[in-house]
Design a protein around this ligand. Structure first.
Ligand SMILES: C[S@@+](CC[C@H](N)C(=O)[O-])C[C@H]1O[C@@H](n2cnc3c(N)ncnc32)[C@H](O)[C@@H]1O
Length: 211
């Protein structure tokens, strides 16, 4: 199963992840933070939170923000927990994006960064996010964008050499997933961050209750 392969890969990578991807993480997460416009009163879920860098960024500005990070890699989560240990209301749990251990209508904002292309069941993951999002909440997802040549080439290479890699999507395909999961896309863009990486980001609300 793909999740086992991804988990093993990130368990192995965890101790070097922040250092190896420093520039990429900083570019993507500072962009996401500015885009998402999270308020200090929001209750936030970060799906596939990795080493908790997004939590660290947000908590530096809003030290009392209620935020939960979930990931399938316990080693990545251990680093996140240590990094955010001074914030007692920030918590981390082992969970798959397609089986979120939360009640319906729990979160104001759900974010996910650089992880959608790993999800073995992308639609199931979005349906789970839809379920745990409050009626007037918003989902904000950033990922690699296959509309960029670099990501097209990378997608081909990773499909051959990286057993954890699933699939990069074009912006159209990504929006199709969002609407299939009953989200209304209210804001979206694609942008090159750094020399190579082309990413897309979309904000969506529940159909009938978009923020
Ligand atoms: C490239 S890292 C991104 C981490 C973090 N969001 C960031 O931007 O630094 C991808 C993360 O997705 C997690 N992941 C992949 N598939 C997942 C799934 N189905 N459910 C939960 N987490 C998953 C991996 O364990 C890994 O920590």
């Amino acid at each position: 199963m793909i999740e086992t392969t991804v988990r093993q890969q990130y368990d192995r990578l965890a101790s070097v992840y922040d250092r190896r991807w420093k520039k990429y993480i900083s570019n993507t997460l500072s962009f996401l933070k500015a885009w998402a416009k999270i308020s200090p009163e929001d209750t936030v879920l970060d799906v596939a939170c990795g080493t908790g860098e997004f939590e660290r960024l947000l908590l530096t500005d809003y030290p009392t923000l209620k935020i939960v990070g979930v990931d399938i890699s316990e080693e990545m989560l251990a680093i996140a927990e240590e990094k955010c240990s001074v914030y007692p209301q920030a918590s981390f749990q082992t969970a798959s994006a397609s089986a979120l251990p939360f009640a319906n209508d729990t979160f104001d904002v759900i974010v996910s960064a650089s992880s959608f292309h790993y999800f073995g069941e992308p639609l199931a993951a979005l349906i789970e996010m839809q379920r745990v999002l409050k009626p007037n909440g918003k989902v904000v997802i950033l990922d690699w964008c296959k509309d960029y040549l670099f990501c097209q080439i990378l997608d081909i290479i990773l499909k051959i050499f990286d057993p954890a890699h699933q699939q990069c999507y074009t912006q159209n395909e990504f929006h199709h997933f969002l609407t299939s999961a009953n989200f209304v896309v209210s804001r979206a863009t694609k942008v090159r961050l750094g020399i190579f990486w082309g990413v897309m980001v979309a904000t969506g609300g529940k159909a009938g209750g978009a923020k």
